[in-house]
Write a protein that binds this ligand. Structure first.
Ligand code: HEC
Length: 148
């Protein structure tokens, strides 16, 4: 019952209008190859992830962890890619805060789409990891990360 209420709450927040004063992180990317991935990655992120993690990446209170300026996210690209594909459940700690709501798997996203989302996310909000290609994604998905 408690879980159901949480899910309902998360959904109602997800449907609330997004903030309009969001700065454009894409404009700060200077590498043209990164930009090619990131432009599509931003659109995919906003349709597949933004409802929960928010378009500005700050998450949602104590329910959804942030990706922006998040120690957990920065620690491992491999783990993040694995989570995008397989989802995640159980307790995790992000920036000192405990999160324990399940994230659903994304079985329909293709390696190229995951590469575009990953490249976008790891080249904004002060990060600069360069292009993460679809063959790197495939490599990451072949082996479960140790810290998952
Ligand atoms: C239905 C809501 C929802 C959607 C959609 C969603 N996530 Fe999550 N995500 C969560 C929750 C909840 C957790 C925490 C899971 C836990 O506590 O074990 C999480 C955890 C994560 C984590 C690890 C924690 C962190 O802060 O780094 C990453 C990375 C992540 N999500 C990325 C994504 C990406 C990228 C997408 C889109 C492809 C996405 N998520 C879609 C809810 C969601």
């Amino acid at each position: 019952m408690k879980k159901t209420l949480f899910v309902l709450f998360a959904l109602s927040c997800a449907c609330a209008p997004k903030s309009t004063n969001e700065e454009n992180e894409l404009a700060k990317i200077s590498d043209p190859e990164v930009m090619q991935y990131a432009v599509i990655g931003k659109t995919l992120y906003e349709s597949y992830c933004g409802n929960c993690h928010q378009n500005d990446g700050r998450g949602l209170g104590k329910l959804i962890p942030p990706l922006r300026e998040a120690d957990y996210f920065k620690k491992s690209i491999h783990r993040s890619v694995w989570i995008m594909r397989h989802g995640q459940k159980g307790e995790i700690i992000v920036n000192g805060q405990i999160y324990d709501q399940p994230m659903p798997a994304n079985t329909s996203l293709k390696p190229l789409e995951l590469a575009q989302i990953t490249t976008y996310l790891y080249n904004i909000w002060g990060m600069n990891e360069g292009v993460i290609t679809s063959s790197e994604i495939e490599k990451y998905l072949r082996e479960k990360p140790e810290n998952y």
